[in-house]
Design a protein around this ligand. Structure first.
Ligand SMILES: Nc1ncnc2c1ncn2[C@@H]1O[C@H](COP(=O)(O)OP(=O)(O)OP(=O)(O)O)[C@@H](O)[C@H]1O
Ligand SMILES: [Mg+2]
Length: 313
């Protein structure tokens, strides 16, 4: 059997009385994309932040290559080859991509007086090439799209020679095409033996990218199962701790309720074309779609924040 890169046993962590992790378990194999699933507050981010040295554990064990380790800081995690990409980007907009990657550890020229920009950009370029990413290392990060900023974060994690790469909801701000780019990079890293932890609420993405999935609930470990052969319903039932049909019964039937808001044929600029919906008393109505689908634009138009070109509310 392959030796896991990471093994987490009985890990507990509380924040001022809130038990975020309750004897959590986790195992990560080399070259796998391992999804971490669970409802909001299940403890996914906390577990990964312990692994990445952001939080100290209260109790339990973290093993790297089968040996117990104490990961006391993000720096210690980096030294061990564990990189994390947080959902919030942590880049300096006025600095270049290369400067962001090597901040605080820039290669120096003779006598260590000056930063060797040439060497730094060359090194950044090599990482980009490994990712098959076309990006000028001298570009200020503030001029990049969010997706490209994310790529710079990944490059930064790779610059530490990460064998373990944790991505906490990496696609929240990406459009379809950018997600495809990210997945290509993940595929390339996986084939080089990098183990990836992928946290997301997007089921379709997880199905596409993950080899195995660990489900958490209330800070506890529920199960680790293969992604391809586990039906979605089973995963959801594990996450919520009951069968879906049962969960469905808790939803009141609102189909006969009075209509409180209706939009008909709303058009606004190029983003919103002939959009209609009905909202009834007691309902929560969701607008679903990819980045750029026009959800925000529709909401703004209905609210009166932007002028409507056609249609009525
Ligand atoms: N820094 C903190 N201080 C206090 N409580 C925290 C802190 N971080 C997390 N928690 C609590 O710990 C629990 C687990 O949170 P965590 O962020 O790990 O969940 P999650 O699974 O990542 O959820 P989400 O899907 O919403 O990101 C929650 O009850 C949360 O409120
Ligand atoms: Mg989280």
């Amino acid at each position: 059997m392959t030796q896991p890169i990471v093994t987490i046993r009985d890990l507990s962590k509380s924040f001022a009385g809130v038990r975020a992790l309750d004897r959590a378990q986790f195992e990560l194999l080399p070259g796998e994309v391992h999804a971490l699933m669970g409802e909001n507050g299940a403890g996914k981010s906390t577990l990964m932040k312990v692994l990445a040295g952001v939080y100290r554990k209260d109790s339990g064990e973290v093993l790297l290559d089968g040996r117990p380790v104490d990961i006391e800081s993000p720096r210690a995690a980096q030294a061990l080859g564990i990189g994390i990409i947080h959902q919030e980007l942590n880049l300096m907009n006025h600095l270049s991509a290369a400067q962001n990657i090597f901040i605080g550890r820039e290669p120096r020229g003779r006598f260590g007086l000056f930063i060797d920009e040439e060497a730094m950009c060359g090194e950044a370029q090599r990482i980009f090439e490994r990712m098959n990413l076309k990006l000028d290392p001298r570009t200020p990060v503030g001029e990049l799209t969010v997706a490209r900023q994310q790529m710079v974060e990944i490059a930064k994690a790779l610059s530490f020679d990460s064998r373990v790469l944790i991505m906490d909801e990496p696609t929240a701000a990406l459009n379809n095409e950018e997600v495809a780019d990210l997945f290509r990079i993940i595929g390339r890293l996986r084939s080089r033996g990098v183990a990836i932890v992928y946290i997301s609420h997007k089921m379709d993405e997880l199905k596409r990218i993950a080899d195995r999935v660990t489900v958490m609930r209330d800070g506890q470990y529920i199960a680790t199962v293969p992604m391809a052969t586990t039906p979605m319903d089973t995963l959801i039932a594990m996450m919520v701790g009951r069968q879906l049909a049962e969960a469905g019964h808790e939803m009141p039937d609102t189909s006969g309720n009075e209509v409180v808001l209706e939009a008909r044929g709303i058009c606004r600029g190029t983003m919103v074309r002939d959009a209609s919906f009905v909202l009834r008393r007691g309902e929560i109505l969701g607008f679903a779609g990819l980045m750029g689908a026009g959800r925000t634009e529709l909401a703004r138009a209905v609210f009166g924040a932007d002028r409507i070109d056609a249609g009525e509310v």
